[in-house]
Design a protein around this ligand. Structure first.
Ligand SMILES: [Zn+2]
Ligand SMILES: [Zn+2]
Length: 154
């Protein structure tokens, strides 16, 4: 958890801070777009560049995006994992589900595995709670008791 948070704090998107034209201060306008306070020049961070390129070239591959924006495929994948970017329908797949390998458009898992992943995590949480209550061993003793009961009957 701590690792995830620190990753987000690192500026990996090369945000523009100063205007290339006049050296004025670039102000964040939204979705990766920045505008110069002085001359109104527009500039983009890596996210804005990738987003703008994909908007104009639906179905572009990660390699094409890298070649045209100069943003590394590693950064593009990172954006996808952060779910900041979604791959257009019908485009070449960038990501695979970490569990079953199905092609996905964003995040880490396909919808099916996402459900399964959360279900399993809930189960793990429940098991954890069970271990806290351990010492009674209800489940095992109950099963033995049932066996004994059957033996007594026959
Ligand atoms: Zn400027
Ligand atoms: Zn999956």
């Amino acid at each position: 958890m701590a690792g995830l948070k620190s990753l987000k704090d690192i500026d990996i998107y090369n945000r523009p801070t100063l205007c290339k034209k006049c050296g004025g201060v670039m102000v964040f306008k939204g979705v990766g777009e920045y505008k110069c306070e002085e001359c109104g020049e527009l500039d983009y961070d890596d996210y804005g560049k990738v987003r703008a390129f994909i908007e104009r070239h639906q179905g572009a591959t990660a390699a094409e995006v890298e070649a045209n924006t100069g943003v590394s495929q590693k950064t593009i994948r990172h954006m996808l994992k952060e779910s900041r970017l979604e791959i257009a329908h019908g485009s070449a797949a960038y990501l695979k589900c970490e569990i079953c390998g199905t092609n996905i458009r964003s995040g880490r898992f396909c919808p099916k595995c996402e459900l399964e992943y959360h279900r399993r995590r809930e189960e793990e949480q429940r098991k954890l709670h069970k271990n806290f209550d351990k010492g009674f061993g209800m489940a095992e003793k109950g099963a033995e008791g049932e066996k004994r009961f059957k033996h007594d009957r026959f």
